[in-house]
Design a protein around this ligand. Structure first.
Ligand SMILES: [Zn+2]
Length: 438
C-alpha cells in the first residue's frame, strides 16, 4: 500500500521529536510575535515562549477554544487578531461549515496552501486514490476546506478531478455514466441520500454507478461500522473515511485498506494530544485510550493554533498496521459537545445511529435525537425521532427502543416519522436537535 510521505507516515513518532521540537519553537515564537490574541492570552497565563525546550513544555500552555476564535473574529473583524498573516500574504480565504451564527473565516498563505495540499495528498493516497482514478467530488466547492484544497491534492496525485459540487445528483449520475467515475468523495449523509435518490427517482441501484470506492469526509459517520457497511452494500464497493478539522488542517487522518481506524498522517505538520475533556489532563497514546483531540500547528503561517480543542472525542489504536504506517490510528466517536448523559450513562448519537441502522430496510437510517437545552444530562426517556421506510408499523418503535435499551442501557422513546421528513444535508449534519424554551 503506497505511502505518499514515508518520512512522516512510516516513521515512529519518537523519531520526529527533534525536528518537531525545532518546528514547535519556531512556530510559537512566530505566533507570539504576530498574534495579538495569543500574546495577551499567554501573558495572562504567565507563559514565556522563550522558555520552551521540549514538546512536553506545551502542556503548560492554555487551551484554545473555538468560541474564543469566533468571538475574536467578530470583535476584531476580518480574520481576527489571532491570525498572524496580513491579507497581502493571504492567497485564499475559506470559511468553516455547519455551525450556527456567523461563519468563521480561515485564511491561507501560499506556504499554508502547499502544506494543506501535502496533507490532503497523504490522506487521499492512504484511501487508495491513484493517477488512474476518475474522482467525483460531490461536496461543496465554495468556502468549504474540503473543496478547492482537495482539488489541488487530487490533481497532484494525477487523478482526474470532476468538480460536481452539491445539489447536483442528476449531473453526478450523468457525469459518472459518461466518464466512468471510479471514486466518489462526499459526506456519509449524501452517500445515503444519493443511493435513496437513485432508487426512488431513477429506479436504479447505486451499484450500477460501478464505483471502486466511496470516500467519506466532513462529518462523522464513516467511522460508524453500521453506517459504513450500509454505504458499502448500497454502492457495492469499499468505503474509506478521511478525518480533519477546518481550523487545524482540512484532513490529516484516513483509513487505509486494513481499516482499524484513521491513521494520523501528519505528525510533522500538526502536533496532537489526547486529553481528558473534563480535567484537561494529557492522556498517553495507548490502545484503548479515549479522549478529546487537541492540535497545535507546527507549520502554519496564516492562523496557527496552539492547543486547539477540536471537541472531537476519539479512541486510540496503536497496534501496528500491515500498511506500514506507524502513527497511531484514531476513531472519532463523536463531538464532546454531542455526548449525552442519560441516567448516568454516557451516550453518543453515533452509537444510537449504529443501533437504528440495524433496522434498515424498515427504517431509512435517518434520525434525530431531540434534546431540551444545552446540557449533556438528559432525563429519560431519550426522545429519538426515527424515519420509517414504509407503512405504519405498530411494533417498530417498541423494537427499536428495546434494542437501544439492550445495547446502550438507556431508556428511549421512539417517535416514528414518515420517510424523507428528516432533512438530509450534503454538508455537516448533527444527529442532535436541541430545543430551547422561547
Ligand atoms: Zn494501515
Amino acid at each position: 500500500m503506497t505511502m505518499w510521505a514515508p518520512h512522516a507516515e512510516g516513521t515512529p513518532w519518537s523519531h520526529l521529536d527533534e525536528q518537531n521540537t525545532a518546528a514547535l519553537i519556531r512556530q510559537l515564537s512566530y505566533v507570539n510575535e504576530n498574534s495579538a490574541f495569543y500574546r495577551v492570552k499567554w501573558q495572562k497565563a504567565g507563559i514565556d515562549v522563550k522558555l520552551v525546550r521540549t514538546l512536553g513544555d506545551l502542556r503548560e500552555f492554555p487551551f484554545t477554544e473555538k468560541d474564543e476564535l469566533r468571538f475574536d473574529q467578530v470583535t476584531n473583524g476580518g480574520l481576527g487578531s489571532y491570525a498572524c498573516a496580513s491579507l497581502t500574504e493571504t492567497i485564499r480565504i475559506h470559511s468553516s461549515s455547519g455551525t450556527t451564527g456567523r461563519p468563521s473565516f480561515i485564511g491561507v498563505t501560499r506556504e499554508d496552501a502547499a502544506i494543506w495540499t501535502e496533507s490532503l495528498t497523504r490522506v487521499f493516497t492512504c484511501m487508495g486514490v491513484t493517477e488512474d482514478d476518475v474522482f467525483l467530488h460531490a461536496t461543496g466547492l465554495s468556502f468549504f476546506v474540503g473543496g478547492l484544497p482537495v482539488k489541488d491534492a487530487i490533481e497532484g496525485i494525477g487523478a482526474a478531478f470532476v468538480p460536481i459540487g452539491t445539489g447536483a445528483s442528476d449531473r453526478l449520475v450523468q457525469a459518472n455514466d459518461a466518464l466512468g467515475g471510479t471514486v466518489l468523495f462526499c459526506t456519509p449523509s449524501y452517500a445515503r441520500y444519493l443511493a435513496d435518490y437513485m432508487q426512488q427517482r431513477l429506479g436504479r441501484d447505486a451499484r450500477s454507478l460501478g464505483l471502486r470506492r466511496v470516500l467519506l469526509g466532513a462529518e462523522p459517520g464513516g467511522g460508524v461500522r453500521a453506517i459504513r457497511e450500509g454505504i458499502e452494500a448500497a454502492f457495492g464497493c469499499h468505503v474509506r473515511e478521511a478525518y480533519g478539522n477546518s481550523d487545524l488542517l482540512p484532513a490529516f487522518a484516513a483509513t487505509c485498506d486494513a481499516q482499524g481506524g484513521n491513521h494520523l498522517l501528519t505528525p510533522d505538520l500538526l502536533y496532537l494530544e489526547v486529553i481528558d475533556p473534563d480535567s484537561g489532563e494529557v492522556l498517553p497514546w495507548e490502545t484503548g485510550v479515549q479522549g478529546e483531540l487537541v492540535g497545535t500547528s507546527l507549520r502554519r503561517w496564516s492562523a496557527p493554533l496552539v492547543r486547539f480543542r477540536t471537541r472531537d472525542h476519539v479512541v486510540v489504536n496503536t497496534q501496528p498496521c500491515e500498511c506500514g504506517r506507524s502513527g497511531p490510528r484514531i476513531l472519532c466517536v463523536g463531538r464532546t459537545d454531542d455526548m449525552l448523559i442519560v441516567s448516568g450513562v454516557n451516550i453518543w448519537p453515533s452509537a444510537i445511529a449504529d443501533v437504528v441502522e440495524t433496522f434498515v430496510p424498515r427504517v431509512t437510517g435517518a434520525l434525530r435525537v431531540i434534546v431540551n437545552g444545552y446540557g449533556p444530562a438528559v432525563p429519560p426517556p431519550l426522545h429519538i425521532r426515527v424515519e420509517r421506510a414504509g407503512d405504519i408499523d405498530e411494533q417498530l418503535g417498541d423494537e427499536i427502543a428495546l434494542a437501544i435499551r439492550e445495547r446502550l442501557q438507556v431508556k428511549a422513546a421512539i417517535e416514528l416519522v414518515p420517510m424523507n421528513s428528516i432533512p438530509r444535508s450534503e454538508m455537516k449534519t448533527s444527529l442532535i436537535d436541541r430545543i430551547f424554551p422561547s
